[in-house]
Structure formats: C-alpha cells, structure tokens
Design a binder for this molecule. Structure first.
Ligand code: ZN
Length: 314
C-alpha cells in the first residue's frame, strides 16, 4: 500500500453526526454538505464495504469507485492505483469490528473501546485529510453512527472532532425500522423489530451523551423535529460548532432547501435527492405504528426519551 498524503495546513474538522440510525442524519448531513466549507461524506465508515466492495452508488449518482471526487481522494491515500481488493476487504473488516451492537453496550457500560488496529486509525486520518484537500473544504461531515466509531474519530491524529448528537422520537424511529424495506443493494434499508430498535435507541443515545455531552464546546444536541421546524437555526448552530461563522444557508423560504448532489459513500436512499426539496416532518408513525408496538417502545425507552422531550404520548 502506498503511503504519503499531503496534509493540509489547517487541521480538518470532522463533524460527526452521532446517535442512532433512522434519526434523519442523512438529511442533516446533506443539508450541512450544502454549506461552503463542508463536505458531506455520508456514512464514511461504510466506504470499504458498501461503497467499494459492494459497488455502491455515491450521492452524485456515479459508482463510488468511479466517482471522480472519490477516485481522487483514494488516489491521495493509496497511490495512483487506489486501494487493492485486499485493502478494501481488510478495512471493511476493521470497520465492522467497530460497529457491532454489543460493542456499543460494552463501550457504554465499561467505557472501553474495542481494540481496533492502528492501521485503521491511520488510514481513516489520511482519508479525512485527503477528503479535505481534494474537496477544498475544511469540514468533513461523517454520519457513521456506531459510537465506537465516533470514539475512534476522536483519536485521529491531526483531526478535530465536533459531535452533533441527533435524536428523534423513538416511536418514529421504531416505525421507520419496522415498515417494509426500501432501496436495493448496498442502499437497502433493513427492517428491525420494535423492541430491538428501542434497546438500540437507548444504548446509542446514552453512549453518545456519555461520550461527549460533558464537553459543550465540541457537542451539540439537535432534535430532528426541531431541525425540521427551524432548519435555519439548527444549521447555523451546527455550522458554528464546526467553526463556520455566518454561513450562507441553502434555504429558499423557511422550509425549502436547494440541494446540490453530495458525494456521500453510503447512507439511506434519500441522499440521492437533489433540486428543491421541501422539509416536512414524517409523522406517519403517529397513525401507522400499531398500538401494541407503540406501548412497547414507550415503555422500553422510558425514561431516556423524556430527557429529550418525548415524554407525552401524542
Ligand atoms: Zn460522487
């Protein structure tokens, strides 16, 4: 594997969207990616498996492997030929070791990271530096959720971490995981039983809170529902967290956004949307989630959901 990336003079910032899956992070990442100094990489941790090994599509519509932006970034990290098949397989294995559900529990309960190889850390640091250099943007948005991965980002040499902890009503999250699957191939959105979702929701949010909430200079809690209601306010706050002052927002009016294609390597199917997109709260769960499932989620996520204002049943 070739070594030798140009390190940009100012340390790049990783704006990490933490929390649990199906909380609206793809949308939040795409919105942030419209800001002048931000490059939305999507769920960067899945570059190796979903993006390269499974030949997934980049947010711009090309395959990740042939997207001109990612080809250039990968060339910076691995040399002219890009990563070989064995590199990709090995890095995909490293990533999956940081993203298992039981590791989230272990991390939160014992405060310890799974031992990931130094090579993974080094490649990830180089990848972020290269993404900043190639895109010409200082802030790289990464919405890979597993908290062990976020903790790994916190240890990368020459990279500054800022954390956006995105939470969403657990009943909406449970419904998103329960309803039938959409998307195909690497973009396929799996389904999951409501009790599993509830447990993952508790653990993911507790772990993000436990890892970073004590450091307010680097952490911002954002409720998905608030983001949809007042995107300008929360985009400004997120930008300020990353050191971007007075950003030009991609909004037309209060709730319509002008979305240019992003170069996201993985995430949900919504990341391929571009043009004028109206932001609307998806509250299908409130009539579609069966009463028994709803009671189960409410019971299983109590009291954590009340800390985030999801106390009263609507
Ligand atoms: Zn692309």
């Amino acid at each position: 594997m070739a070594v030798g990336v140009q390190v940009s003079p100012a340390s790049p910032v990783v704006l990490h969207i933490a929390g649990t899956g199906r909380s609206g992070s793809t949308l939040f990442g795409s919105l942030l990616g419209q800001l002048d100094d931000c490059f939305d990489a999507g769920e960067l941790g899945y570059l190796w498996d979903r993006g390269l090994r499974q030949e997934g599509r980049c947010g711009c519509g090309s395959q990740v492997r042939t997207c001109p932006v990612w080809r250039e970034i990968l060339r910076e990290v691995f040399g002219p030929g890009g990563p070989g098949e064995q590199d990709v397989a090995r890095l995909a294995r490293f990533h999956s070791a940081t993203s298992r559900g039981r590791d989230v529990a272990a991390l939160w309960l014992r405060g310890r990271l799974p031992a990931e190889p130094p090579e993974y850390r080094e490649i990830l640091a180089r990848l972020i530096h290269a993404a900043a250099a190639v895109s010409g943007r200082r802030v790289i948005v990464d919405s890979t959720k597993p908290v062990a991965y976020g903790r790994l980002l916190d240890e990368l040499p020459g990279v500054e971490l800022r954390v956006l902890h995105l939470v969403r009503d657990p009943r909406a999250v449970a419904w998103s995981w329960r309803r039938e699957k959409t998307g195909t191939g690497p973009d396929a959105m799996r389904t999951r039983p409501v009790l599993t979702t509830s447990i993952m929701w508790n653990l993911g949010n507790l772990a993000a809170r436990g890892s970073w909430a004590g450091d307010p200079g680097r952490y911002l809690l954002v409720r998905y529902e608030d983001l949809i209601e007042d995107p300008a306010r929360w985009l400004r706050a997120a930008a300020a967290l990353a050191g971007i002052t007075d950003p030009e927002l991609p909004l037309i009016g209060d709730s319509t956004v002008k979305m240019s294609p992003t170069h996201t390597v993985a995430g949900n199917v919504g990341r391929h949307q571009s043009g004028e997109v109206e932001l609307r709260l998806d509250d299908e769960w409130s009539h579609a989630l069966p009463r028994r499932d709803r009671a189960l989620v409410e019971y299983a996520t109590y009291p954590v959901r009340t800390w985030y204002g999801y106390g009263r049943a609507r």
